[in-house]
Design a protein around this ligand. Structure first.
Ligand SMILES: NC(=O)c1ccc[n+]([C@@H]2O[C@H](COP(=O)([O-])OP(=O)(O)OC[C@H]3O[C@@H](n4cnc5c(N)ncnc54)[C@H](O)[C@@H]3O)[C@@H](O)[C@H]2O)c1
Length: 476
């Protein structure tokens, strides 16, 4: 067997002198997932390599941003001598040595420095290329790693799957308030599930190790759930989110996605006006008020000097549709549940406008943000949905009547929820090229089909309702 240097397709990675600082290195890594830097000695030979994970570990251990790379670089990386590349046994030994560095089988920073006969660095070879030369067995490689806090919920259980399909390594932290079922079928070497409470600081600190991005979803979700347990809401929905964001800002984990809500717009004074991200906010509930507090706190963290933190705020419309963690406590889904079970729905108030967005489209929007160049999403607020998917509650009743012919729609005068707003979602479309794929009618038909198929439990079961589950729980 004869290998040539050309066949290795060497790549060059950014480099810095050993005298440069952690801060210099993090700025250089910037926008690149799974980035790797070579650290050069004063004579130009390879001093070591360093990854963002190494740099963050050093920060976590009390090193300042000014610490020199010579103190934190990996000085004994697995390397390959150019002279050895036509030796299958040497190449195999290199791959085996690399695997030992990644005991979980995921070779995240899988670039191997190739060293010339003068100790100079010729470039880096991808370990997959090496593996292809000597074996048919593919290596598990992921260059992007994300932590989803609350990844077993309504949105998170879909998001986890989409990100795994998209090639990410996914770590889920979830207290499983609504059971483990949403994660059934999710496994493999790129999934790391941790059954833990996000209120625990140790959990958060452990969970961010080696991740490039964090998505925070673990909250008491919805006005009724927050009103039931305001102190727990303050802890999970404010203190825990902001603690996670502070941790990311401190460690220079730049990507932080926070799912806020269009609830922040509250009872709009003129619902004929479409509200955009610049419009005034006027939340009417504790849930909405905490959302604004978090938005301000997280965006405020970008002002700290020396930080490259780049959070993104997504203001979701009211979510509907089927998920691996079904919810039947959201207006569209409740109409389908009641229509299917009783042939009768009650429409309260009726004229209030609300933007609607399918749960899978929400998960897709988060993937869009994680895949976007950092400059497009840094400190940005996006309404998530589609401008043409604002509907009154009466409209939703009409849609339900189309899906369930003969449905009895009862109009009730009592207004139980004062939120009334129409939302413009053009920014996420123009900046990120994001379009929704599912209408309310699509979502209702999909839910009806799932109920008809018998694969779901009784839709009135408590675990499909956040409020009813939490009412019976020590957690709060
Ligand atoms: N569903 C909607 O209509 C909607 C609308 C706007 C915004 N959002 C936002 O989207 C996010 C996710 O919402 P969802 O509908 O998926 O909610 P969900 O209730 O289905 O999921 C929340 C998940 O977080 C977990 N969790 C809660 N507290 C935790 C804790 N302390 N530690 C660990 N895990 C914990 C739960 O077990 C659950 O799996 C929330 O931030 C919510 O405010 C949702």
């Amino acid at each position: 067997m004869k290998f040539s240097l050309d066949a290795l397709g060497l790549v060059q990675v950014p480099f810095l002198p050993a005298s440069a600082s952690i801060g210099d290195a993090l700025r250089l890594c910037g926008d690149h997932y799974g980035s790797l830097l070579s650290v050069l000695a004063s004579d130009g030979s390879l001093f070591g390599i360093v990854t963002p994970g190494d740099l963050r570990k050093a920060l976590l251990n009390g090193k300042p941003l000014t610490e020199r790379l010579e103190k934190v670089a990996n000085k004994t990386p697995v390397t390959l001598n150019a002279a050895d590349i036509d030796s299958a046994s040497k190449v195999t030994a290199t791959i085996e040595a690399l695997k030992r560095c990644y005991p979980h089988g995921i070779i995240q920073h899988a670039l191997v420095p190739v060293i010339g006969d003068q100790s100079q660095i010729l470039g880096f070879v991808n370990v997959q290329t090496l593996s292809n030369l000597v074996s048919e067995v593919p290596l598990a490689i992921s260059q992007r790693s994300v932590l989803i806090i609350g990844g077993a919920g309504y949105i998170g259980s879909i998001l986890s799957r989409l990100l795994l399909e998209d090639g990410w390594t996914v770590r889920v932290v979830d207290a499983l308030l609504y059971g483990k079922e949403p994660l059934i079928g999710l496994d493999g070497p790129r999934l790391d599930f941790r059954h833990a409470n996000a209120l625990n600081i140790d959990t958060l600190v452990d969970a961010v190790e080696n991740v490039d991005a964090v998505v925070y979803l673990a909250e008491l979700v919805g006005d009724p759930a927050c009103s039931l347990a305001p102190q727990t809401a303050l802890k999970t929905n404010y203190l825990s989110v902001t603690a996670a964001a502070h941790l990311c800002a401190y460690l220079n984990i730049n990507r932080f996605v926070y799912t806020s809500s269009c609830s922040v717009y509250g009872a709009s004074s003129d619902p004929d006006v479409f509200l955009n991200e610049e419009s005034p906010t006027a939340p009417v509930s504790l849930y909405g008020k905490i959302k604004i507090m978090v938005e301000e706190a997280v965006l405020g963290m970008t002002l700290a000097p020396n930080h490259t933190f780049a959070p993104t705020i997504l203001r979701l419309g009211t979510v509907f549709g089927l998920s691996y963690r079904p919810r039947f406590d959201l207006v569209v889904n409740t109409f389908v549940k009641d229509a299917a079970k009783t042939g009768h729905i009650e429409v309260f108030g009726g004229n209030q406008w609300r933007p609607q967005v399918h749960v899978r489209d929400v998960a897709r929007a988060i993937v869009h943000v994680l895949d976007a160049p950092l400059d497009k999403v840094r400190s940005q607020v996006f309404n998530v949905g589609s401008t043409d998917q604002n509907h009154t509650i009466n409209d939703l009743g009409d849609f339900a009547a189309q899906v369930f012919p003969g449905l009895k729609v009862e109009l009730k005068q009592a207004m139980v929820d004062p939120r009334n707003y129409r939302v413009n979602c053009d920014k996420i479309k123009s900046v990120l090229g994001f379009n929704t794929t599912m209408s309310v009618l699509d979502g209702m038909k999909e839910l009806k089909a799932a109920l008809d198929s018998g694969t779901l439990k009784d839709p009135d079961t408590a675990e499909y309702s956040n409020l009813r589950t939490l009412q019976g729980m020590d957690f709060i």
